[in-house]
Structures are given as C-alpha cells and as structure tokens.
Design a binder for this molecule. Structure first.
Ligand code: COA
Length: 574
C-alpha cells in the first residue's frame, strides 16, 4: 500500500510506525501537518491508498477525509474521546488503557473503529507510557486495521457508541494542593502532565510548570524536616518537596512567562539551573551509587555474578556537561571493581539523546557550552572505549538518538531491548557533524560505505533492523531480568578470557593504526566549525528544537512525494 503519515511531528510513535510499515513492504511517505492546503497538496502528489494520522494536534480537513480513507491513532480505549486521553487515564487511576484506530469523519474520535489494543497501566509519566505501552499497542492496532483493510473486511465496529467528548485537561484540574493531596495524587498529577505541559505551580516564590517527579523514600524523609509544600533538600539536579504524607523529588521546571514578557518563552530546565541560587542554598541529601533501587537518584550501580550494572536515568536522555562528568566518574569507579562485564544501562525511557540542548540554549555562551558538553561526552566515551580489563556492554532499554546512539557504540557489545528505536545520525540538528568517536566505532561495525549512508539518510532504525545491519549485537525482551541473566552468562562464559584477550589485541592494533586521539581531533575540528563557524545552522536548529517551534516544511528525506529524486525514503544503504 501507499501510506501517507500525516503528523504534527515525526515523533517516536510516528517513527515506530514508519519503520514497521516499511518493514512490512508498504511505500511510506510523511507530511507534517502545516496547513490544510499543504496537506491537500501532499495527498495529490502522493496519491495514497491510506492516510494514517498517528500524532495530530488538529482534525484532518473534510476535503481530505471525504475522498481518502484516513485512520487516526487515538491513545485511548474504544469509546473514549478527546485530546487528553492519556493524561486523564493516569489521573483517573485506570488499571488498563489502550489505543484505538478510528476512521476520521465529521466528529472527533467518533468514526468507525478499525483496530484496538489494550495494555495494563504502569506507574510512569505520560511520555514514558506513550513511548512504550502506547507505541506497542499502536503497532498492534494499526496492523489489525491494515489486515482488515487488505482483506476487505471493513471496520471492527462501524457505529461505535458515541461517548461525550472529554475536553482538554486544563491547569486548574491539574493543580496540586500541597496541604491536602497525598503523595500518590501529587505523583499522578505530575506524571499526567509530563513532558508537556507540566503542572503549573510555584517554587521559591516563582510560578513555574513542574515535571520529572519521583517518590521519596521514608529513609530520605527521615533525614529532613519540613511541612507539606516545603522544599527541603536537593540531590543531583532535583529538589525534595514535602507532601502531607511523604515527599517527591522534582527534577525539572519551566518558568511561567511573565505577563507581557518579550522574546522567546521560557523552556524546561533542571531545577539546579532553573533556580540556580535557591537550589544551591538547599542542604544536599546525596546517596551512594550503590544503593537500593527504590531510592531515587540519576546514577545507580550494582553487581551480580561477576557483572556490574550502571544505570543513568537522565531526564529525556539529555546529558549535560556535569552529568557526563558524574557518569564518567562512575564508569571509572566501576572499572576498578573486580567485575568481568560492565553493563551501561542508560535510563528506562532513553538510553541517551546526546548533549543537553536545553542546558546549552540557556547558557551564557551556547557555543562554549556546546564545546564543553561534547568534550565531556567524548571523555565519557573514551572511558568506555579504553576499558580493557572488562568486556563492556551498552544495553538499550529505551530509545537512543544522535550522540546517545554513538555513545552506545563505544561499548564492545550493544544489546537492544525490543522495541527500542535508534536514531544514529546527527544531521537533523542543523547539520551537526557529531563526535563521540563515531568515525571509529561506526565504520568498524557496519563498514565505511554503510556508515556514510546511515549518517546521510537520517532515518530511525528499529532494533531488528539495527541487528541485521550490525549496529547492535543482540535483541532482548524488555525488562532487566533477561539483561542481567545475559550479562552474568557473559561473565561466566568459559571463553571470557579469550574474548578479553582478543579485545585487548584489537584495541592495540587499532591504536597503532590510528590513535583514538586522531579520531577525536578530526571530529572536534568539524564540531568546532558547527559551534563557532560562519554557518549558524546548528544554533538555529537548536533554538527551534528547544523552543518547540512549529515546522515550516517537511524534510525532503521524509516527504518523498515532494522529492524529485526519491521514489521512496531511502533504505539505509542506498
Ligand atoms: N537535549 C535536550 N532535550 C532533549 C534532547 C537533547 N539532546 N533530546 C530530546 N530531548 C527532549 C525533548 O525536548 C522532549 O522534551 P519534552 O519533555 O519537553 O517533551 C523529550 O526529550 C522527548 O523528545 P522528543 O523529540 O519528543 O522525542 P522523540 O522520541 O519523538 O524523538 C529524538 C527522539 C532523539 C529523535 C529527538 O528527541 C531528537 O532529535 N533529539 C535531539 C538529539 C540531538 O540532536 N542531540 C544533540 C546532538 S548529540
């Protein structure tokens, strides 16, 4: 089939469908929803058999849905209607939720149902549920819809019950009453609004939108005083705020724009940077990296069966200079432990998305901060590349993008827990050249020609496609259990000593052929031009990304109907 993805942005769900539909043999093109006339033009150019809308912020124009079959992916169960489905499911404490594939017609979310899949809810943020459970259910529901379409079977339910449309969830409904709301309710409110729009509240007397919340343990709370609503301590880049029956760690906030404020709107930052002076004045409640899992902090390390496991749960996978430095220190400490295998786990939601674009945007000199950040990423990658006393593994439990994907390749082995997506390329960020020793680690895995194509084509990869191409070495089921088992088996493998010897010999050969420092110098020379040169593309792209500016056009590598050369988006090796 010729399938046009009509979307607000090429987000994770759209990317997952894009790779799955192409793998199933469909011809897929993408059009970003910019204006009705532009969408109509795309449809006329592509002549799709089906228009699929996995992520739209407004209704499809009648001129399109009257002439073409349009299926909308709705993150709610059949009968649910409205723009805040997942937010409401979290707030209402639903035990089970789902995804419905509906035919677009005159009424929002009320057309015939072509597919539906359900999932048990998890205590997690809206974005985490969206990227994991919603994404997996959407793939199933869309597959079901396509099967019916191909078989000429018609919709599952032609005339579904029309429940009343539930309106957009607004801030007054999300408001936290610190003097009355339990920790569970505070967490539900914050999670239902995370990442967008956050919960409007205030910190240090300043109005702001809060996000990135984690429950505090009784052990931590026993060390601090304070009454409900008080901000009592800091850890990493987050603050601890008391509730009536406990407390929550809050990691990020976006300041509310002042009335009549000129210039760009404020954007989300870690609390350590959003309220730097107030933050520093708080007492620090640090914890060791080796600790029980319930105690929240960004870094955690544990050992089992000869393997060391290091998780780094940085919000949105973005890694600032200081976060890279803290992680590098933890890697160096782990390398001194009597372990045979070191597993880098990233975070649950993202492995890593590279340098911290928001932090860079907020700094006094974005060029200088970009430079510091990429050097800190490189130092971290070097600590992994030069670990010759252990086998190292990057275990991707969440998606990895740009420098984060290449950080993963610094390890000897890369394991991907299905169904993660990889975006192993930099160019989308204003033609960034990239570093993290990718010019060493990528070609040695896939070959020089494939490496060049992969960087050029800027497409997302499913874990399965990445395995076939040699970008990753193994696919694992989601969850820690399988991962831990495999790492322990690797540590106990009778061939371990031979593998380690082979790794050392290879590293020595590679170093003699071309030192890692040369790769770094060459990459950084290009990055220096990106940051400090005459072409401002990277700074412009970063500004657009951080400020979530609406798209003005669809990139031609996705909108093949607008690309005179491409008949379909390139496969990775074209
Ligand atoms: N720095 C700061 N924030 C980042 C980030 C980065 N490197 N990468 C992602 N984020 C944030 C987004 O702003 C968004 O924030 P939100 O909580 O306000 O929604 C959140 O992470 C999720 O990103 P989103 O783009 O919505 O996720 P996605 O799954 O649809 O797309 C990527 C994933 C990786 C393709 C996309 O986020 C991206 O291109 N990131 C930039 C990567 C990059 O260029 N890094 C710098 C070069 S190394």
């Amino acid at each position: 089939m010729r399938i046009l993805l009509l979307v607000h942005s090429f987000n994770s769900l759209t990317q997952a469908l894009f790779v799955a539909l192409r793998a199933a043999g469909h011809t897929v093109s993408v059009e970003l929803d910019i204006a009705d006339s532009v969408a109509a033009e795309a449809v006329a150019l592509f002549r799709p058999d089906l228009i699929l809308a996995p992520f739209l912020k407004r209704a499809i124009g009648a001129a399109i849905w009257r002439r073409y079959l349009c299926l909308v992916v709705h993150p709610g169960v059949a009968g649910d209607r409205g723009p805040s489905s997942l937010d409401r499911a979290i707030l209402d404490g639903e035990a089970q939720w789902g995804v419905t594939v509906l035919q677009a017609d005159a009424e929002m979310d009320a057309g015939p149902v072509w597919g539906e899949a359900r999932f048990p809810m998890r205590a997690a943020s809206k974005s985490s549920l969206y990227r994991k459970e919603v994404c997996a259910a959407a793939l199933l529901a869309v597959a079901q819809a396509l099967e019916r379409l191909v078989a000429g079977a018609g919709p599952l339910t032609a005339q579904p019950a029309r429940a009343p449309l539930r309106p957009l969830l607004r801030q007054p409904e999300r408001r936290i009453d610190w003097q009355a709301d339990s920790t569970a309710l505070v967490l539900a409110k914050l999670r239902s609004a995370d990442g967008v729009p956050g919960v409007l509240d205030s910190l240090f007397g300043q109005p702001c939108y809060l996000s990135d919340a984690h429950a505090a343990t009784p052990a931590s709370l026993a060390l601090v005083g304070g009454a409900a609503g008080d901000v009592v301590a800091r850890r990493d880049d987050a603050v601890l705020r008391r509730t009536v029956d406990g407390g929550v760690w809050i990691g990020h906030a976006r300041r509310a724009a002042a009335a009549g404020q000129a210039g760009p709107a404020p954007f989300k930052l870690a609390l350590a940077h959003c309220f730097a002076a107030d933050f520093r004045a708080l007492p620090e409640l640090a914890v060791p990296t080796r600790r029980a899992s319930a105690e929240w902090a960004a870094l955690r390390y544990w050992e089992d069966g000869g393997a060391g496991f290091l998780s780094f749960d940085f919000h949105n996978g973005a890694m600032s200079t200081e976060q890279c430095q803290r992680l590098a220190q933890a890697v160096r400490e782990a390398r001194l432990r009597p372990i045979r295998v070191l597993v880098l786990l990233g975070g649950e939601d993202f492995f890593s998305n590279g340098i911290h674009l928001n932090r860079i945007e907020a700094s006094e000199s974005p060029a200088d901060e970009s430079w510091r950040n990429i050097n800190a990423m490189n130092d971290l990658a070097l600590d992994i590349l030069s670990a010759t006393d252990q086998l190292t593994v990057s275990a991707l439990r969440g998606n990895a993008g740009a420098g984060g994907a290449f950080l993963a390749l610094a390890a000897d082995l890369v394991w991907a827990c299905e169904p993660v997506l990889l975006n192993p390329h930099y160019k989308n960020m204003g033609n960034l050249y990239g570093s993290e020793y990718w010019t060493y680690s990528l070609p040695r895995r896939v070959g020089a020609e494939a490496a060049r194509a992969l960087m050029q084509n800027r497409l997302p990869w499913s874990a399965g496609a990445a395995l076939a191409a040699g970008l990753v070495d193994a696919l694992l089921p989601a969850g820690l259990a399988a991962l831990e088992q495999r790492a322990i088996a690797l540590a106990r493998d009778p061939a371990f000593a031979a593998r380690l010897a082979e790794k050392r010999a290879r590293r020595a050969r590679d170093e003699a052929h071309k030192p890692l420092q040369s790769y770094r110098d060459e990459e950084l020379a290009r990055m220096h031009r990106n940051f400090y040169g005459f072409d401002p593309s990277y700074h412009v792209a970063r500004f657009h990304f951080v400020h979530k500016m609406p798209h003005a056009w669809t990139p031609r590598h996705l909108a093949v109907h607008r690309n005179p050369v491409l008949k379909a988006p390139p496969t990775t090796y074209e």
